[in-house]
Design a protein around this ligand. Sequence first.
Ligand code: GLU
Length: 420
Amino acid sequence: MTNNGGAVNPFETAQRQVDICAKYLKLDAGVTEILKHPKRELTVNFPVRMDNGSYRVFTGYRVQYNMARGPCKGGIRYHPQVTLDEVRALAAWMTWKCAVVSLPYGGAKGGVICDPKSMSRNELERMTRRFASEIAPIIGPEIDVPAPDVYTDSQTMAWIMDTYSMQKGYSVPGVVTGKPLSIGGSEGRGEATGRGCMYVIREAAKDLNIKMKGASFAVQGFGNAGSVAASLVSRELGGKIIAVSDSKGAILKKDGMDVAAVEKFKQEKGSVVGFPGSQKISNQELLALDCDVLIPAALENQITKENAKDVKAKIVAEAANGPTTPEADEVLYANKTTVLPDVLANAGGVTVSYFEWVQDLQGYFWDVNDVNSRLERVMSGSYRGVADVAKKHGVNNRTAAYIVAVGRVVEAMRVRGIYP
Ligand code: GLU
């Protein structure tokens, strides 16, 4: 997926979103200013020995945005286009996301500028371990708990957990979430982002009187979030997946595709493009498809002021972080498109991360039905809360989610007071 983030700075977007909700919450200018800045930022430049014996210096970031409500939480992404401002934005969004679903966490994010697709497994392991030791002074179960994000996975988390544990001299499973089950991971974490998204779509569809059985879905991005969301909406809601995409391109199959077969095809061929019976379309065509639900599940800044008017979906469910710019939000709202904002629609991942952390701290593990039914309660309850605020204030769901989330963070800041 091309990240046309060059045009729109995601951190400026994140700051504007705070300004928009500050009006409704009648926030003091000083408080608004605090909310528009990250608390702590760490930049690390570190060497990694590559397979050919040479050394390369990588740059990585960990931004802790706000910890008024608890330890910081948020993923680490590996991508060539990572920037400090992108990580700041993602850390802000994690803060609001944790608050909107009422987790006792603040928000953080990390990123390393690299091209993981061109690196070997050994290079990735060495890079991950060195990055983990560079950020070790500011992470830990009580301060900041990383997790997977774009192009990182449970193996990445296992390396971080091991590196941190080696430094401490004992195993610390609660330092990261999204780990493999064998070292304290949680049942259901792998599919949690997609599953949470599916629950929120289902609740919104009830409100909008859209029947999910036979409804058409287009999914941009076929990674951690998008592939699971596609599979679950088709298996559990009876939806028809008419289009999917990945970084190599998009495909359309109007009568619907067998998601498991697409997953298998991508595993074998490295892309969804070329899936038998499908037609290749462009990324822009995918976003403009006539469908019931569009799920952007790739990177930031995909729905912009240029293409928002072309979106025909009745529901846009943001499995990705930051896929819609503020100008695009206005166009979608004016066109009566229901946007399920990222901080709500993809909060299933961090919700089950929270469950994982709780299980690690207690050393007591739950079965998958427990995890999923608790996730369902959190997601449908949070959707209801946001939809009710949207109605009450006559605002779109994003502003409503910010009113809920920022309101909770501000209340925590208020009772704690500003130190000293
Ligand atoms: N990276 C995921 C997100 O953006 C999950 C974060 C977490 O589980 O801490 O929500």
